[in-house]
Design a protein around this ligand. Structure first.
Ligand SMILES: Nc1ncnc2c1ncn2[C@@H]1O[C@H](COP(=O)(O)OP(=O)(O)OP(=O)(O)O)[C@@H](O)[C@H]1O
Ligand SMILES: [Mg+2]
Length: 452
């Protein structure tokens, strides 16, 4: 294909240069030039999502068939997507190398292939390698079309002719358009290739999943341009040392972004974990100081998570705070609140906090549990057996109400907890749930008298 004329546009000031240079001569920023296409002569450059000659149409007359979702056959996946795949939607799935993105999508293909042909485009693995994995996952016989191709024009052509029920692109960083001279994976290539795939998918109502590589900082490599273009962005994450993997949505035009899907990685593939509370708490660590149970809410689902804190005297002048699976800033904040409002001297103590099982806790409702874990480790006393801590802690040390308290308490009772520490205000009529003894805490200062 004829190579289109390109210029280099600065992502910072918008200035254009005929050649790539390391530093933009206009604004002086480094490394901001990205190759962009000029309108090539004689080349069809229509970029709209509708067919040529289409007119604006009344909303009421748009056919609803386009809104019907395709169930994936995987309950956890459906939940994260907001109830199945929306026709014509583009889903970007990112995750660390080797976390299981290809495995997840191949399993998804196996389930969807029963309903219609699925096109699996792979730029990273050969057809034989995919076959090997499919055999291991037990879907070797599924009517899947494997296409080891990286040229986006050829891929788009195949999508147009085959009209599959689902397209997988593994990965978008390997795909390139021959219109640009830049290497695959560069910002210009990513943007153009995704735009071409989006065009064909939206027009024909075919959903597509794109695998995106993630940089060390957590951004999908080739900056965040892709995240704005696609409909849904999912992250597949988990601790490589653990078998559990969590599918989380960070952007979803068709559903909530709070839902998570939990899977377990086994030899025969990813197994859905329908009851995740059990996996993040271990009965053995109950009698250990600094280990407490929180009940976090992910979307509509309450999950019990074990939080562990270790508070030890610092060896150096500057105390350390380290977090695994927990927001670092919340730990610093909680240490400050406990020091100021509850008189717990932590300014010469190292603090390590970890959420067990490789889960990431970002629910403010886990604040009270964090405070309890820190207190427990500081006093070196285990918390009351089979107790759960639910509540948000304000800067004044007050324990604030949390969303869906009833639901969380029900889950705690179901998992065999006997005592629940909850906020005093806003709890409504929590009643007695499954034999749970409720202890209302108004202020973090009252926690140490109640929790041991
Ligand atoms: N036989 C096996 N038994 C158990 N787990 C396996 C087996 N083979 C592979 N795995 C798991 O599958 C993971 C690789 O999965 P996959 O190739 O889907 O990851 P990926 O996210 O697509 O990686 P990449 O970023 O390299 O494409 C391995 O890290 C391993 O955990
Ligand atoms: Mg892969």
């Amino acid at each position: 294909m004829k190579k289109a004329k390109t210029v280099y546009a600065c992502q910072s000031c918008g200035g254009r240069q005929p050649k790539w240079v390391g530093r933009c001569p206009d604004c002086g920023e480094w490394n901001t030039l990205v190759e962009e296409m000029l309108k090539p002569e004689g080349l069809k450059t229509r970029r709209g999502l509708a067919e040529e000659g289409s007119r604006p149409q009344p909303l009421a007359s748009v056919p609803l068939s386009e809104g019907i979702r395709l169930p994936t056959g995987m309950e956890e996946m459906d939940r994260v997507l907001g109830g199945g795949i929306v026709p014509g939607s583009l889903v970007l799935i990112g995750g660390d190398p080797g976390i299981g993105k290809s495995t997840l999508l191949l399993q998804l293909c196996g389930a969807i292939a029963l309903k219609g042909p699925v096109l699996y485009v792979s730029g990273e693995e050969s057809a034989a390698q995919i076959k090997m994995r499919a055999d291991r996952l037990g879907i070797g016989g599924a009517p899947l079309l494997i296409y080891p191709e990286t040229n986006v024009e050829t891929i788009v052509e195949q999508i147009g002719t085959l009209k599959p029920a689902l397209v997988i692109i593994d990965s978008i960083q390997t795909v390139y358009t021959s219109l640009l001279g830049a290497a695959p994976g560069s910002v210009g290539q990513l943007r153009e290739s995704t735009a071409l795939i989006m065009q064909v998918c939206k027009r024909s109502g075919i959903p597509a999943f794109l695998v995106g590589h993630v940089t060390k900082e957590g951004a999908i490599a080739g900056p965040r341009v892709l995240e704005h273009m696609v409909d849904t962005v999912l992250y597949f994450e988990g601790d490589r040392d653990h078998y559990f993997r969590i599918l989380r949505s960070v952007k979803n035009r068709f559903g909530s972004t709070h839902e998570i899907g939990v899977f377990e990685m086994r030899g025969e593939g990813l197994i859905e974990v329908k009851d995740p509370s059990g996996i993040f708490i271990s009965p053995a660590s109950e009698a250990v100081s600094g280990s407490v149970i929180a009940c976090t809410l992910s979307g509509t689902r309450p999950i019990l998570v074990e939080l562990q804190a270790l508070v030890t005297g610092t060896a150096f002048g500057n105390p350390r705070r380290t977090a695994v699976g927990f927001d670092y800033n919340r730990i610093v904040l909680m240490a400050a609140i406990l020091q100021k409002r509850a008189g717990v001297m932590l300014d010469s103590e190292d603090i390590y906090v970890s959420a067990a099982g490789g889960v990431r806790v970002d629910d403010p409702g886990a604040d009270l549990a964090l405070a309890a874990a820190l207190l427990g480790s500081h006093r070196n006393r285990p918390a009351r057996a089979r107790s759960v801590f639910i509540g948000e802690v304000g800067l004044g040390g007050e324990v604030r109400p949390v969303a869906s308290l009833q639901q969380r308490l029900k889950e705690a009772a179901r998992m065999g907890m006997t005592t629940a520490f909850i906020p005093k205000t806003g709890a409504g009529d929590a009643g007695t749930i499954g034999g749970l003894a409720l202890v209302r805490i108004e202020h973090v200062g009252a926690l140490s008298d109640a929790m041991f």
